[in-house]
Design a binder for this molecule. Structure first.
Ligand code: ADP
Ligand code: MG
Length: 286
């Protein structure tokens, strides 16, 4: 049975917007060793903007955007919304998209206007990795989307997403609580990850697929660590579920479903708060 002190803590937490789905998660939070963080939508606001568009095959920018936004038409990823918004800003009508496929951690593929259009990263379009223009944009810390039409590289788009304003203070609090091992796990490119991790003073692993994130959680657990993972549920719901405590930030239903703790307000200060509440509760319970 769940001790009364735990139930009381769960009730008090819920009033603050911290939904804890059971006493065992308070227990695990209290003895957390490592904190793993998703990037897009978790550390960042999840509202990226397209900042650069380079045509590589002579297609006009408007046509590239129309094709890319049409291929992204049915994707729920924040980057897809960024591409659609860029097309809308130029009043470009979208084409019908057929055979749409979302490839988690990689991008999308669809038939658009008789062509197979791919929008995604190096996992989908390996020949894009070595482009000088791509390396320059990556060095600026941007997220890159490559566009290919019928297997020909057509364009590079760059996106950037603002850091959530309350992340830095929350990470400082976590370190003050003795949680020194904090790692960014992201599907984004190496340089974008390194730039952000450097700024936040945390470790990182980049260019990960959803299954890589699960594997890394399991590796920490095999080394005997209690893993807290914070994510927004886009491509990271399985890793949240695998963690000892999966914490969902943001309002994605998948995340709230898969997670063990859900932040009902998008407020990063609830993360160190959860650790403090858990430790306090476990002192009473023991
Ligand atoms: P993160 O780990 O940063 O939260 P995701 O796992 O959601 O990121 O996505 C990782 C990478 O996969 C993105 O940086 C992007 O390169 C690519 N990607 C995912 N979804 C899409 C999409 N709909 N369109 C284009 N690229 C995508
Ligand atoms: Mg994400």
């Amino acid at each position: 049975a769940t001790p009364v002190a735990m139930l009381a803590s769960i009730g008090a937490s819920a009033k603050r917007g911290l939904l804890v789905k059971g006493g065992r998660y308070l227990e695990a939070l209290a003895r957390a060793d490592v904190i793993l963080l998703d990037k897009t939508g978790t550390l960042t606001l999840g509202r990226p903007q397209i900042s650069d568009i380079f045509s590589l095959n002579g297609l006009p920018i408007s046509e590239i955007l129309a094709l890319a936004a049409s291929a992204e038409r049915y994707s729920e990823h924040p980057l897809a919304e960024a591409v659609r918004a860029a097309a809308r800003a130029q009043n470009l009508p979208l084409y019908e998209a057929q055979d749409f496929e979302a490839l988690p951690g990689m991008g999308v593929r669809a038939k658009v206007n008789g062509k197979t259009v791919i929008v995604g990263n190096k996992h989908l379009i390996p020949q894009a990795g070595t482009l000088p223009v791509a390396r320059g944009l990556e060095a600026e810390g941007k997220t890159l989307l490559f566009v290919a039409c019928d297997d020909q590289l057509a364009a590079v788009l760059a996106a950037s997403d603002a850091l959530r304003p309350d992340v830095t203070a929350a990470l400082d609090e976590l370190r003050a609580l003795g949680l020194e091992r904090i790692e960014l796990l992201t599907g984004d490119n190496e340089r974008a990850a390194a730039g952000l991790a450097g700024k936040l003073g945390i470790g990182y692993r980049a260019e990960l697929l959803p299954e890589d994130k699960i594997r890394i959680v399991k590796e920490h657990q095999a080394d005997g660590r209690t893993v807290v993972m914070i994510g927004d549920g886009v491509n990271d719901a399985p890793a949240l579920a695998q963690s000892d405590v999966g914490v969902a930030i943001g309002a994605m239903d998948v995340a709230i479903e898969a997670a063990h703790v859900a932040l009902l307000r998008e407020d990063w200060s609830l993360v160190p708060e959860a650790i403090r509440i858990a430790r306090r509760t476990m002192r009473v319970v023991k």
